[in-house]
Design a protein around this ligand. Sequence first.
Ligand SMILES: [Cu+2]
Length: 156
Amino acid sequence: MKKIALLLASSVLSVSAFAHEYKAGDIRVVHPFSVPTLPGKDVGAAYIGLENKGEADVLLAASTARAERVELHTMSMEGDVMKMRQINELEVKAGETIKMKPGMGYHLMMFGLKQPLKAGDKFPLKLQFKKSGAVEVSVMVQEREVGAKAAEGHFH
Ligand SMILES: [Cu+2]
């Protein structure tokens, strides 16, 4: 009986490590990732999934030791121009899922990166929610998809 419990515990651990997700209260933070920085740039963007199983909450801020500051940004088409702007906070409504991805919508913009982001890097990112408090996640730097390349013109 004891053995089974141990086996179960270890498989749960390895599954959650593999799935690369975190919890802050009722919010699941899924697969935080970033892409390699462009040559000569010290800005980058991080992307996370947010699943809210509870009441409405608000992402207030993000920070990382890897960069001077992190801003919440959103990107959208205005006419035929892609425009990016800073937002003060990001509401995650009850039951809502927000999936950030390169090229469109929300992202976490990192300014003053202390070293370039390379594929395979990992770095810690702290997220601050209004209700659920703070959670530290590990961001994986992944090779940018070929298809996403064209949409990366938003880098400052
Ligand atoms: Cu941005």
